[in-house]
Every structure is written in structure tokens, then in C-alpha cells.
Design a protein around this ligand. Structure first.
Ligand code: MN
Length: 409
């Protein structure tokens, strides 16, 4: 079977920016259209379909258009083996998906990927599997949606994904992996992963496909650049088409990827006016190139200025209407301004703020010797404003601790 793996579409990313808001939709749409024209049998999405766990109706409209497209495509002929599966998502080219960290909601709260499943647009796997077949070839797909990193090993042990003999076995997840993000808070190594034929991971936005011996390992990367890191510059986003017969993967580029240029400039005791001149000259040089659409030019400025003054971003970008200029100011300047910038950047991403909040809550609770219900769970419910359902949990926990204390007396 031919399977398209399209990941981290982040529909709705940068929605506040009128110029950039179309990027996530346009690039995801192209990926799905290409998968359809390549006549794949199945599309698997390893998480972060949406950028936000509660997408705006405008984003929903675009998402629904994309997932209707796959269902209007000529029948691929893939069918569920077990009869109890909803037949609706098996129209056209079926889509199978998990939630990522961006479209996850804690506890029993429903997430937007589940909503797409309820509407019959896709099959949502949440620590569960689906067995499908076409012309006698069977495919067992096990999906583990994103779980907070500190839980991932425990979750893997609990769900214990099982291979099915006589089927091609695919494990789909959305986590940090130590071997690929060593600086990050990650708990999971390749060695912890189950013995499936193919393991596919979302979350990490650069693409790779490797033979790890025990299994083939794939990360399709994102269809849109969200982090604007150095590694993403000059590269086209895309997705994989994998053939289960040959176990080979082909990377399909997205033509409509917005061009992204990353520049780092170093200064040492430089006059402010000189910095402006040099940076603007650099931007002019970049704009000598022809771009298919307005490029994003990210400038990282490092080193020091002659005096403790601050960079005025408008002085850098004024007049450059043919580019979207992002200044990453790391020049040694007054600390106060730096802090404000960091906070501003963090505010741009709800996930960033949430991670910070979770870390703070965990730290504070550790300090007071907290031993109640799981911090991740409590935090999830707090950000949803769902305090009501927390109270019984605390009462239950308190009662359990009480009875334990009494019995040990
Ligand atoms: Mn992502």
C-alpha cells in the first residue's frame, strides 16, 4: 500500500498576522492535494493538525474543506477489517490521525481531532489501533497521541502496543525523542519504542527517514515553518509517501512553501547607526534574488553596541515592503528591554506560556512537598477553567491517603 504521512500542519498558525495566516492552510492544502494526485491508498497524520486546541471557526472552515477533499477523491479501496469501525471516514482516501501537543486537551475533554472523527472525516486513534486492508494486504496502525513527556514511558508500558502477525505494523506518535532533541526535556529514546515495522513520529519539524534495524523510523516534519530556526532556512517543507511493499519513502516537496532566509550578524562595540546601515545592506542583497512570494527574512543580531541603547526594529525594516522581516535581537543591551522581548515572544505562543506555567506549578508544588493528583492533570484542568472536576479528585486523593495513614497505625 502507498501511504502519505503528512504531519504538523498547524492549521491556524500565525492567524493574528494577516500576511502570514494563509501559510499553514495553503501549505497543508497543497500537501493533501499532492497526496490525492499521487493516488495514495491512505493518509496518516501524526499530530498537530491544528495550531490551537480550540480553533477559530475560520480555521475550522479551512480544515473541513481539506478533509472533505480527501473524501471526494476516487475510492482507494482501503477498508476496515473489524466491522465495528465507523464507515464514514473510509470514503475516498481514508485519513488516520492522532492529536499532538497543540491539539491535545486533558482528561475527558474533547479535542478538535476527535471532532473531525465524530464528523466522519478521519479515524482518531488515542492509544488505540485500527486494522485495515486492501486486496488482502493488512495494515495494523497503532496511534499514541501526545502525552506529557514525563508520562511517556509509563504510558507506553500501560498501552503496550501489540504487533499483529500477517499485517504490516505501524506505530504513530507525537513526542520528543532524545536522539533528535537532546537539549530538550525528553524522556523517550528509540530503544523504548515497540517492535513495529515502521515507527512514525510527529512533533519534530525537520524531516528524516532512517533504517534503525529493529524498525524503519520516519519523521515527516511540519508542512509549515513555525519555529523559524536556522535549520529550517532554505528548505522546502513537505511530506512522505511510503510504500509498504518496498519499505521505501519518497519526500514530496510543497511548492508553495514561503521562502525563509536566516541571517546571523555579529557586531562588536558598533555604533547604532552603523548597525542599521549594515543590516539594511544585507537585506537589500537578499532581496536581489527573485522569490516566488514575499520571503521571511530572520536576522539574528549578536555581539555588542558602542553604547547601551536599543535597536529600533522599524529603522531596520522600513521601506522593505517585499519581505517580512523578523529581528532576533541578541545584542547586549539593557536587560530590561531583553526581558520584555522574551515575554513578547512567549506571548506569541500559547503553548510556550503553558509550558512555562506547568514548570512553575511543578516547582512550587515540589517546594511545599505536594503529593496530590498528577500535576499535569491538575494543570490541564486549571487552564481549561475546569476547577469543578478537580475537587472530587482531591477529595478522593485525601480519603485514600487518610485510610492508608489509619491502616498503618
Ligand atoms: Mn508541531
Amino acid at each position: 500500500m502507498k501511504i502519505a504521512f503528512i504531519s504538523d500542519t498547524h492549521l491556524g498558525f500565525n492567524w493574528r498576522d494577516k500576511e502570514l495566516r494563509e501559510d499553514s492552510v495553503r501549505q497543508a492544502r497543497e500537501a493533501f492535494m499532492k497526496a490525492i494526485s499521487e493516488k495514495v491508498d491512505l493518509i496518516i497524520h501524526p499530530g498537530d493538525i491544528f495550531d490551537d486546541k480550540i480553533p477559530k471557526p475560520e480555521v475550522w472552515v479551512e480544515a473541513l474543506k481539506i478533509f472533505s477533499m480527501t473524501q471526494m477523491a476516487p475510492e482507494s479501496g482501503v477498508r476496515p477489517v473489524s466491522g465495528s469501525v465507523n464507515p464514514l471516514p473510509f470514503r475516498g482516501i481514508p485519513v488516520i490521525a492522532i492529536h499532538g501537543n497543540h491539539d491535545r486537551r486533558g482528561g475527558t475533554l474533547k479535542n478538535p481531532v476527535e471532532a473531525l472523527d465524530a464528523a466522519g472525516h478521519l479515524v482518531y486513534l488515542n492509544s488505540s489501533s485500527v486494522l485495515v486492508e486492501k486486496n488482502g494486504e493488512k495494515l495494523n496502525i497503532f496511534g499514541m497521541g501526545y502525552v506529557p513527556e514525563s508520562y511517556v514511558l509509563k504510558t507506553l508500558r500501560t498501552i503496550a502496543p501489540k504487533r499483529i502477525d500477517g499485517a504490516y505494523n505501524i506505530f504513530v506518535m507525537h513526542q520528543n525523542v532524545k536522539e533528535y532533541l537532546p537539549d530538550d526535556v525528553s524522556f523517550l529514546s528509540l530503544g523504548d519504542l515497540p517492535n513495529f515495522d515502521l515507527v512514525v513520529n510527529g512533533h519534530i519539524h525537520n524531516n528524516t527517514f532512517e533504517d534503525k534495524g529493529r524498525f524503519k523510523f520516519m519523521m515527516p516534519g511540519s508542512t509549515v515553518a513555525t519555529q523559524l530556526k536556522k535549520e529550517e532556512a532554505g528548505k522546502k517543507k513537505g511530506f512522505y509517501i511510503f510504500d509498504t511493499d518496498t519499505e521505501k519513502a519518497k519526500f514530496v516537496e510543497i511548492e508553495s512553501t514561503r521562502p525563509f532566509v536566516y541571517l546571523e550578524m555579529k557586531f562588536s562595540g558598533t555604533e547604532l547607526s552603523n548597525v542599521y546601515t549594515k543590516v539594511r545592506k544585507k537585506i537589500e542583497d537578499v532581496l536581489e534574488n527573485k522569490f516566488s512570494m514575499k520571503p521571511i527574512i530572520k536576522l539574528k543580531l549578536v555581539g555588542s553596541l558602542s553604547a547601551k541603547t536599543n535597536i529600533d526594529r522599524d529603522e531596520i525594516s522600513k521601506g522593505f515592503d517585499d519581505a517580512i522581516i523578523i529581528v532576533d535581537n541578541r545584542l547586549e543591551t539593557e536587560n530590561f528591554m531583553k526581558r520584555i522581548e522574551e515575554l513578547r515572544e512567549m506571548h506569541a505562543s500559547r503553548v510556550g506560556v503553558e509550558n512555562l506555567g506547568l514548570a512553575l506549578l511543578r516547582k512550587k508544588l515540589t517546594e511545599v512537598g505536594y503529593s496530590g493528583p498528577s500535576v499535569d492533570e491538575v494543570f490541564d484542568q486549571l487552564i481549561e477553567g475546569d476547577v469543578e472536576s478537580l475537587i472530587p479528585k482531591f477529595i478522593q486523593h485525601y480519603q485514600q491517603t487518610q485510610s492508608r495513614d489509619t491502616s498503618s497505625l
